[in-house]
Design a binder for this molecule. Structure first.
Ligand code: ACO
Length: 377
């Protein structure tokens, strides 16, 4: 039985999940029932991924095993590294990531396996390799030597180490880890939905993840964090922020990092990122960015909060990533590192109780039209 057309599938329930619970009116996000704030305070990215993949927190030994398995897979397979170092240096990192995630399927002897235990193994490999791919690509494009992964480090620490060639300070590593936790999963967001749609054909995890990376890149989705930084750079001074925003709103432009299909109150991830951004901005001499962000938030609150438009996860993550020292075009790929954990969880969940996604469409074209021969048109 067809349900009425809903543009953008707003309000349509298209899957069941045991992972993220979101209450968009109250601004609540839980992973497997645990409030996101508690995870941001006490957990690690690795533990959060275990939670999503197993619907429970790990015991000490389980976390140690899971972490060791991931760390043992940090190194890129030889063929992928060879391919990466031949990629055009001026390629955009998100395009490089999409290609490299897809390429992992080329060297897998059983790329099409869709049984859950095998897919879980592939998922760990992708989770472990993606940060290495990004760090290597960034160094390759700068003509710098690649820094081999260090298996004594966490995903967050190791990524920053491979990127910069120096181990991060504990504050930076923890900030990075918290960002990963906050970005890991978020219901049936566009990229997660893309991954579930693809895997529902019983295609393969590489195709599903590749589709998800492509979806995440869009400026209405994960690409918004780069848009926020562009905006912050365009605003000359803190005092110029209000006029800049009001001018954009008058022209009906979207303000990047604001608004959400589900949240009609403050995005709880933004609550944590705001605190993190302020602390890092103070530590790194970037308070102008934080103050510009605050002024934008205040202007938006006065202008459009009544419409339910508040900062989303991307707004304060821009300042946070800048303070961690990431270049602008690595902001969205950073999101990929985190969201691979969520995409994999959804791919596994979909495969565990699969039915092909195949919605209907309302046909709005003409009927019974006679075919006109080409010479008579
Ligand atoms: N700035 C200004 N106005 C906005 C914004 C914004 N960021 N977001 C929504 N609005 C307004 C729209 O203009 C529209 O107003 P109208 O009813 O007067 O025409 C109304 O709010 C509804 O907007 P829609 O675009 O229809 O809402 P939708 O649910 O389709 O979009 C979206 C959600 C895409 C996130 C939107 O808010 C947006 O484009 N935000 C900017 C991009 C962004 O930050 N994306 C990241 C989202 S979080 C994530 O994906 C990780």
């Amino acid at each position: 039985m067809a349900t009425p057309y809903s543009k953008g599938l707003e309000g349509v329930v298209a899957a069941e999940t045991k992972m993220s619970f979101i209450d968009g009116e109250k601004g609540i996000l839980e992973y497997v029932g645990i409030p996101i704030g508690q995870l941001a305070e006490h957990s690690t990215f690795e533990e959060t991924v275990f939670l999503l993949w197993n619907s429970r927190l790990p015991k000490k030994g389980e976390l140690a095993d899971f972490t060791a398995t991931i760390r043992g897979l940090y190194d890129l397979p030889e063929q992928i590294e060879a391919m990466l170092t031949r990629l055009p240096k001026d390629a955009q990192p998100m395009h490089a990531m999409r290609t490299l995630v897809s390429a992992l399927g080329l060297i897998d002897p059983k790329p099409n396996a869709t049984d859950v235990p095998t897919v879980r193994q592939k998922a760990v490999k992708i989770l472990a390799c993606v940060p290495t791919m990004l760090a290597y690509f960034h160094r390759h494009r700068q003509g710098l030597p690649l820094i081999r992964p260090d298996a004594s480090l966490s995903i967050a620490e190791n990524f920053l180490y491979m990127l910069n060639g120096a181990k991060p300070t504990p504050t930076m590593a923890r900030a990075m880890d918290v960002c990963l936790i906050l970005h890991t999963d978020h219901g049936l967001n566009n990229s997660t939905f893309s991954a579930r749609v693809v895997i529902s054909t019983l295609s393969d995890i590489y195709s599903a993840m590749t589709a998800a990376v492509g979806s995440l890149r869009g400026p209405l989705h994960g690409g918004a964090n780069e848009g926020v930084m562009v905006m912050l750079n365009e605003i000359p001074t803190v005092d110029g922020a209000e006029a800049y925003i009001l001018d954009k709103l008058a022209r009906k432009d979207k303000i990047m990092g604001f608004g959400h299909r589900v949240y009609k109150s403050y995005d709880p991830r933004a609550t944590h990122l705001k605190v993190l951004a302020k602390q890092l901005a103070q530590d790194t001499g970037n308070m102008d960015l934080y103050e510009k962000s605050s002024r934008i938030e205040k202007t938006m609150a006065e202008a459009v909060a009544a419409k339910g438009i508040y900062p989303n996860v991307d707004f304060y993550s821009a300042t946070t990533y800048h303070c961690i020292g990431l270049p602008l075009d690595l902001f969205t790929p950073m999101f990929v590192i985190a969201r691979v954990g969520g995409w994999a969880a959804h791919i596994i969940e979909q495969l565990s109780d699969n039915r092909l996604f195949r919605p209907d469409v309302d046909y709005t074209g003409p009927h019974a039209v006679n075919y006109t021969p080409i010479d008579s048109r």
